[in-house]
Ligand binder design. Structure first.
Ligand SMILES: [Fe+2]
Ligand SMILES: [Fe+2]
Length: 250
């Protein structure tokens, strides 16, 4: 471990191990009804909370009909996603589960980035900052729905996997909407704002993913196979150590 390339190689290997473990955890969760009910409830909750007020306030502020059209379409898509996920959970006969506030990632992210979702959106820079947040949330949604889709297919639920693939197609469009709206209000500062927000989001997502796993295990919804528990606990501890102390970037 003497050179930078040794370190980089070790990191790449480390992260692929982490990715494989992540997929194994997802598949195991989708095979257990209580864990799957909670997971699908959490996906629906994420689609339905947080962003709603942003869209309404951005619409009130918008003076450009093209921007307004994008915001309306985005709002409508997110409402559909929530409804489709609820309908799918019900079709599977799985009960709705309440999601504790500390697991609402978009709200935690907003708080860590300076309570962005509470901004009155009365100024262009407010809309620009909130859309940088939405942009990185959409980036994450794309990756998240792709991982969940793969895990659902492995777990033997192709219909729910197809729904996740359909939602992911919309999320790819949302990235373009956020980019258009963000650039309209942020101007040349847009790329820098997105980069700064992405750094915060990556830290928050890693922390939230571990909190989610801990919650489903501790609440008895997910019975983790012994080998997975054995591997996961030191992995989580190592990930915390590698990522260093969690200090706010803004
Ligand atoms: Fe969505
Ligand atoms: Fe979206």
């Amino acid at each position: 471990m003497n050179t930078l390339s040794d370190w980089l190689t070790a990191m790449v290997k480390w992260f692929s191990v982490e990715d494989r473990l992540d997929q194994a955890v997802r598949v195991a969760m989708f095979r257990q009804p209580a864990a799957k009910a909670f997971s699908l409830s959490a996906y629906a909750d994420a689609e339905g909370t947080g962003e709603g007020a942003v869209f309404d306030r951005a619409l009130a502020r918008s003076v450009d009909p093209d921007v307004e059209r994008l915001i309306r379409k985005h709002q409508e898509d997110e409402r559909n996603h929530e409804r489709w996920l609820i309908e799918r959970r019900e079709a599977l006969g799985l009960p709705a589960q309440p999601i504790p506030s500390h697991l609402r990632t978009i709200e935690v992210l907003s708080a860590e980035a300076g309570n962005l979702l509470d901004l009155p959106m009365t100024e262009d820079r407010h809309i620009a900052a909130v859309y940088a947040l939405l942009y990185v949330v959409e980036e994450r949604a794309l990756a998240e729905f792709a991982s969940a889709e793969r895990a659902l297919r492995t777990a033997g639920d192709p219909e729910t996997a197809d729904l996740f693939a359909r939602i992911a197609t919309d999320e790819a469009n949302h990235l373009r909407y956020c980019d258009a709206v963000g650039r309209r209000y942020a101007g040349p500062a847009w790329n820098g704002s997105v980069d700064a927000m992405r750094a915060i989001e990556q830290r928050v997502y890693a922390q939230q993913q571990r909190a989610f796993t801990r919650y489903v295990v501790d609440s008895g919804r997910f019975v983790m196979p012994p080998w997975m528990r054995f591997v996961t606990l030191p992995t989580v501890a190592m990930a915390d150590w590698l990522r260093g102390p969690r200090t706010a970037a803004v």
